[in-house]
Design a protein around this ligand. Structure first.
Ligand code: URA
Length: 445
């Protein structure tokens, strides 16, 4: 049995751990035989020195096998899931998962909560009154079989090593490491039993990877680990400099998703574009479309015919949510707006820019996210943007509507949002939303 200190020194000095050494370290840490202080030292050494592909694979496998690994082979069809690295206003999973299921590809999805200034799918789903995301593994399997789509949170049985390691990384300055992030994500995604994975790697101000080079490396790393683990995988690099869609916050994003699910994407064409491109990949990987482009068209048709909305309602019902609100979201109690934000005198012409990170931080302060881990989120808090980059604007126009219980701070919130906007006399250059695609070892749209 190796000694933890020997492995720490090996990594510190630029060496590579053998797979069995990595496995031993992760297992010993998970079972409390290696203390936090030694694991912290190892994580920092890994952060500074990096990990080889073999080390990343061994770390991922060790974290994966610290808990249950689902075998869904008794459920017909190729199961496909998608993972986003996190953004502001990114409600794509809510539309995508039922859409792909409605087209015949089962979607087993284990999602996370909001992290920092970014939102999380679980918090969004739980803003639907009654909806539960803490299903047992047995209920998860049952619903996947009957409904074709299920969206839950990480349970104690899924990758417990990641839970422990992530909490340690959070307080030891070792989160922003591409190999550690990739191993953490894949340990959970490989556990859920999907045959193929699509990654939406966000890039820009509102993303964890702000530089394109880092986002590309993360995409390559995620796909690389998945493929070496025997899964098919594709990654898209998508822009996250400006919030996706117009709603930011849990219930506001559900309301916007419902509009898209019902076939109305006016003003939220960016949400539709990302959703359809990812749906195309999932239908292709799931074996029901001959190419990603054909899959995109199939998904567009299904959305227009209302199949995705029907499937979303079935999923919400199966998970205990109040389906009546899906037809009439305006009836949800507690969702009254707190106030509007108006364009200032100098706003003559166009919205030139809007900082996604600043908007995400404001959403957290409005109550939509957590400043500390234990904090509860306010399901209805958030904002809806009526003016985004490229839109015409004049003084006094309503830029946004704010939703918050903290009405005494409304003026401060208004100023914070105004500081995230820039205005100009001419329209800004159009943004490229879908930056690049990575599959089979190469980048090509
Ligand atoms: N999300 C994860 O699941 N793990 C990380 O390390 C970062 C983001």
């Amino acid at each position: 049995m190796p000694e933890a200190v020997t492995l720490i020194i090996k990594k510190r000095d630029g060496g590579s751990l053998q797979p069995e050494e990595m496995r031993w370290l992760v297992e010993a840490y998970t079972w409390g035989k290696v203390p936090d202080y030694q694991m912290s030292a190892f994580l920092m050494a890994a952060f500074l020195r990096g990990l080889s592909d073999a080390e990343m694979d061994a770390l991922t496998q060790a974290m994966l096998h610290s808990g249950q690994v689902l075998d869904l082979s008794d459920i017909p069809g190729r199961k496909v899931d998608k993972h986003s690295t996190g953004g502001v206003g990114d409600k794509v999973s809510l539309i995508l998962a039922p859409l792909v299921a409605a087209c015949g590809v089962p979607v087993p999805m284990i999602s996370g909560r909001g992290l920092g200034h970014t939102g999380g799918t679980l918090d969004k789903l739980e803003s639907i009154p009654g909806l539960r995301t803490d299903l047992s593994i047995a209920a998860f399997r049952r619903q996947l079989r009957t409904c074709g789509v299920v969206m839950i949170g990480q349970t104690d049985e899924i990758a417990p090593a990641d839970r422990k390691l992530y909490a340690l990384r959070d307080v030891t300055g070792t989160v922003e490491s591409i190999p550690l992030i990739a191993a953490s994500i894949l340990s959970k995604k490989l556990a859920e039993g999907a045959d193929a994975l699509v990654f939406d790697v966000k890039c820009g101000r509102g993303a964890f990877m702000q530089r394109e080079a880092d986002a590309r490396r993360l995409a390559e790393t995620l796909v690389g680990i998945a493929v070496r683990a025997g899964k098919s995988a594709v990654a898209w690099l998508t822009d996250m400099n400006v919030p996706l869609g117009r709603a930011v916050g849990n219930w506001p994003e559900v309301v916007e998703s419902l509009r898209c699910l019902k076939g109305d994407s006016a003003g939220i064409e960016d949400v539709l574009e990302v959703t359809l491109v990812l749906a195309g990949e999932m239908l292709w990987l799931g074996g029901v479309a001959p190419t990603p482009a054909a899959g995109r068209e199939q998904a567009r048709q299904a959305l227009m015919k209302g199949w995705a909305f029907e499937r979303f309602c079935a999923m919400v019902q199966a998970q205990g949510g109040d389906v009546r609100l899906l037809e009439h979201p305006e009836r949800r109690p507690g969702a009254e707006p707190a106030g509007d934000v108006f364009a200032p005198e100098m706003a003559q012409g166009y919205v030139a820019d809007l900082d996604a990170r600043a908007v995400g931080r404001l959403a957290v302060r409005l109550g939509a996210g957590r400043r500390v881990k234990e904090e509860a989120v306010d399901p209805t808090a958030g904002l809806v943007l009526h003016r985004k980059p490229g839109d015409l604007v004049a003084p006094g126009d309503v830029l946004a509507t704010l939703y918050t219980q903290q009405r005494d701070q409304l003026e401060t919130f208004r100023q914070e949002l105004l500081a995230a906007y820039r205005f100009g006399a001419t329209p800004p250059a159009p943004r490229t939303l879908l930056l690049d695609r990575y599959a089979e070892g190469r980048w090509a749209k």
